[in-house]
Design a binder for this molecule. Structure first.
Ligand code: AMP
Length: 201
């Protein structure tokens, strides 16, 4: 099963992707996680990406497409994957389509977690507080001002991938303002209705 979760920052993509990993045994490919690891390791990509990420902007298509190209070639991604935070631009969506077509495969579903953006800032502040309370480091880009920039990047660039996937019939919209469990159930329902030829494990 090859699936994309799309939605603004704070919509719950990461939470749902973690649950899908446990349920289906396929990896979550989060470009945000991969970039944060590159920053932490001080690799050339990390050094290039850090300032953009700290400001809430988008890292270049070239870098993230390269990261995804390498990642989906790994053995654990051969039976499927959940993309979380990629594609974030139309150019990334098109690069992904070409990349998969080159392997003779395609996507099975794109799920948009649709949320009320006016509620996202408080949601992200809660996430930061919970993380802090758990004794874990808080993401620098969860600062309210940087978060607003990330939301702007979503509305300016990423929102365009939604009509792109709608036009090729892959998109399903789910109400991301429901409880976490209700969103999980709604996603499970979508996946259970996928074409029988798709392997849902
Ligand atoms: P995320 O964890 O998905 O919210 O990503 C954190 C940050 O990493 C974003 O605000 C961007 O700066 C960068 N990033 C992650 N994925 C992408 C992508 N597909 N394209 C461009 N920048 C990305």
């Amino acid at each position: 099963m090859r699936l994309i979760l799309v939605g603004p920052p704070g919509a719950g993509k990461g939470t749902q992707a973690t649950r899908l990993v446990a349920e289906h045994g396929i990896p979550q490919l989060s470009t945000g996680d991969m970039l944060r690891a590159a920053v932490a390791a001080g690799t050339p990509i990390g050094l290039e990406a850090k300032a953009v990420m700290d400001a809430g902007g988008l890292v270049s298509d070239e870098i993230v497409v390269g990261i995804i190209r390498d990642r989906i070639a790994e053995p654990d991604a051969q039976k499927g994957f959940i993309l979380d935070g990629f594609p974030r631009t139309l150019a990334q969506a098109e690069a992904l389509r070409e990349m998969l077509a080159g392997k003779g495969i395609g996507l099975d579903a794109v799920i948009e977690l649709r949320v009320d953006q006016s509620k996202l800032v408080s949601r992200i502040m809660n996430r930061a507080e919970e993380t802090k309370a758990a004794g874990l480091p808080v993401r620098k880009d969860d600062d309210p001002e940087v978060f607003k920039q990330r939301l702007e990047a979503y509305n300016q660039d990423t929102a365009a991938v939604i009509p792109y996937y709608e036009s090729n019939g892959l998109l399903t919209v789910i109400d991301g303002m429901q409880s976490i469990d209700a969103v999980t159930a709604a996603i499970a329902d979508v996946l259970s209705k996928l074409d029988e030829s798709v392997e849902v494990r």
